[in-house]
Design a protein around this ligand. Structure first.
Ligand SMILES: Cc1cc2nc3c(=O)[nH]c(=O)nc-3n(C[C@H](O)[C@H](O)[C@H](O)COP(=O)(O)OP(=O)(O)OC[C@H]3O[C@@H](n4cnc5c(N)ncnc54)[C@H](O)[C@@H]3O)c2cc1C
Length: 413
């Protein structure tokens, strides 16, 4: 038998985004909030991040992932917000009808509003068409982190890391602290993908070399990995004569994250190719009325503090929508990336309130400015000493600067 229920606000995902959105919605006056998490515990990816460095902006403290998550969990417990754990949302449609599965069976829920907070997943060996054999010993960095930090299982002793994303950097340090030898980190791009602070604290402090413009061009081994061939890369092709064999028993992949938007697609939420997340306005509402998106499912964040802040706003706006105060109908202003900007969010704004743009640049640079223009008119110019693709840039936009604006273009100059 399928149970049926109606709820005002349903939040999918109990990571920091879902938890912050739930608390903010309740504090904004939404009495009926239901948070659904497929795992048996709340906290999302933070549970396996036992290193510190979380919460510097929000709390002025360097917390571990579980400590940061616990602050959010305490908050939703204090607010008596209902949570369903060990429960997965299997499907969702445009009318916000959800099918949910748990040990108790299936439930169909009609939601007045939905907040998507499903996080993201890692790109795998298959996703990057890693050349060579498929022996054991190849893990995504996050999977290895889960084995070591949550299950006390050591994944290998002699490690090579492909990709310089933050999870790979964190794992280079973690494996070293656990007694493994980390041979090197190889990065196909001419610059690191992770945060500069992680390059210093996780590689330089442990004498782990980072080889830029270099990638794995072949995996070797039958049962267990025996090594990889690496080569320098130019124009995304191996440079002949630069190949060398690096012996290792374990290869960790830190080659990018993909927002988990399968449910969103099913509900016809318009997705943006640059972010692989939803197309949203300045209230975090997607193209489907009453469906909001925040956190890593919207765009991959480098700092959890920004996830919490963004999700709190999504929670408040969802509550406002339920009370009949949505701003979607106000002649929208389109927002688009231009020279030097990989993506910008939100993609639309009403112009009725102040909001914050989040953007990532295409390449590292120094002493530049982020410009926001409406045609030839300057809306904002923000000077930046350093710009890096790994670091999200945030620019405040005041509504009084948006009078008669039709389209904002954001560039680095
Ligand atoms: C290894 C690693 C290291 C990091 N280090 C730092 C750091 O040092 N400092 C920092 O500030 N940030 C760091 N971050 C980033 C930060 O942890 C993330 O930005 C943040 O956790 C994202 O939050 P989220 O809620 O969007 O996603 P998640 O934490 O991934 O939560 C999403 C939740 O949704 C649930 N879910 C998904 N689909 C469904 C479904 N269909 N039904 C029900 N539930 C579902 C998942 O189970 C999960 O619990 C790190 C991230 C990683 C992965």
């Amino acid at each position: 038998m399928i149970h049926e229920m109606k709820r005002d606000l349903v939040i999918i995902g109990g990571g920091p985004a879902g938890l912050s959105a739930a608390a903010a919605a309740r504090q904004a006056g939404c009495e009926d909030v239901l948070l659904i998490e497929r795992d048996r515990i709340l906290g999302g990816i933070l549970n396996q991040c036992i290193h510190d460095g979380f919460g510097l902006h929000r709390y002025g403290e360097a917390l571990t992932g579980p400590e940061y998550a616990q602050r959010h969990i305490d908050e939703i417990n204090d607010l008596n917000i209902e949570t369903l754990m060990g429960t997965i949302v299997l499907s969702m449609d445009r009318e916000r009808d959800l099918t949910v599965s748990s040990r108790k069976g299936y439930t169909r829920i009609h939601a007045g509003a939905v907040i998507l907070a499903m996080g993201c997943r890692e790109r795998t060996a298959g996703a990057i068409s890693l050349p060579g054999t498929r022996p054991s010993g190849i893990y995504t960095a996050g999977a290895a982190q889960n084995f070591i930090n949550l299950q006390n299982i050591m994944v290998g002793r002699h490690i090579v890391i492909l990709g310089s994303g933050d999870i790979g950097l964190i794992m280079a340090r973690r494996m070293t602290l656990e007694g493994a030898r980390v041979e090197a980190v190889f990065e196909i791009l001419p610059y690191a993908s992770g945060l500069p602070r992680n390059i210093q604290q996780c590689l330089n402090d442990y004498d782990i070399p980072l080889h830029l413009s270099t990638s794995v061009i072949e995996v070797h081994g039958k049962d267990r990995l025996t090594g990889v061939t690496v080569a320098e890369i130019k124009n995304f092709k191996p440079l002949p004569g630069t190949e060398r064999f690096v012996p290792c028993d374990t290869l960790l992949l830190s080659v990018g994250l993909i927002p988990e938007n399968e449910l969103s697609s099913e509900a016809s939420v318009k997705l943006e190719t640059r972010t692989s997340g939803a197309f949203v306005d300045d209230t975090f509402m997607t193209s489907v009325p009453g469906v909001f998106s925040c956190g890593n499912v919207l765009h991959v964040h480098d700092l959890v503090d920004h996830v919490s802040e963004e999700a709190s706003m999504a929670g408040e706006f969802a509550c406002k929508y339920l009370a009949g105060g949505s701003s979607r109908d106000a002649g929208p202003i389109d927002i688009e990336p231009n020279d030097g900007v990989r993506y910008v969010l939100p993609q639309q704004a009403s112009g009725k309130s102040d909001f914050t743009l989040s953007l990532r640049v295409t390449e590292p640079s120094r002493n530049r400015a982020v410009w926001v223009r409406d045609g030839d008119r300057k809306v904002v110019r923000k000077k930046m000493v350093r710009l890096h693709p790994a670091e999200m840039v945030r620019v405040k936009i005041r509504k009084d600067k948006l009078e008669n604006a039709k389209k904002l273009e954001v560039s680095v100059e």
